[in-house]
Ligand binder design. Structure first.
Ligand SMILES: [Zn+2]
Length: 163
């Protein structure tokens, strides 16, 4: 069990370094948007790459495949993400309203508000699987902070590092 865990992270660390992450340390925002572990900013926390496989959207590794950070810090930990995904949906709607207003204009005299509502609902719905994943990683990052040493010392302090 223990030997298996130490072997797997090395493969993942190599893979992510080569293909999806710059060689230097990714920023908080880059790591967040790529749904990486907030502790090492390298490990991809979900079991499937594509969030639109809806049966597996929220299938997460129990531990970060690179540094071994636990993902569900305690039972029921993810309930708090409901508020985060709600806030993200509101922010996305505000963003959609802004560009719609700029490009098409908003007026009570025509159907522009109705069109915005429909377009916004469509965009939010399409973005939802990604937003649900993003809100989990964002929520986790409130409790687990970046540790540049996390990859050099995997698993050793992984289970204790929850602050
Ligand atoms: Zn990690």
């Amino acid at each position: 069990m223990k030997a298996g865990r130490t072997f797997v992270p090395k493969i993942h660390a190599l893979k992510y370094n080569l293909f999806s992450m710059p060689a230097h340390e990714p920023s908080y925002l880059t790591a967040l948007l790529h749904l990486r572990c907030p502790r090492c900013r390298k490990g991809f926390l979900f079991r499937t790459a594509n969030p639109y496989k809806l049966n597996h959207t929220l299938d997460m590794h129990a531990h970060c495949p690179v540094c071994g950070q636990k993902t569900e810090l305690e039972t029921g930990f993810w309930y708090g993400t409901g508020y985060v995904s709600y806030a993200l949906s509101v922010a996305l709607s505000a963003f959609n309203l802004a560009w719609y207003w700029i490009f098409f204009g908003i007026s009570w005299k025509d159907n522009s508000i109705l069109y915005w509502l429909l377009i916004n609902a469509g965009i939010v719905l399409l973005a939802m699987p990604y937003l649900m994943r993003l809100s989990r990683v964002l929520y986790l990052s409130l409790f687990v902070h970046f540790d540049p040493q996390a990859i050099q010392q995997p698993a050793a302090s992984a289970h204790a590092s929850q602050t």
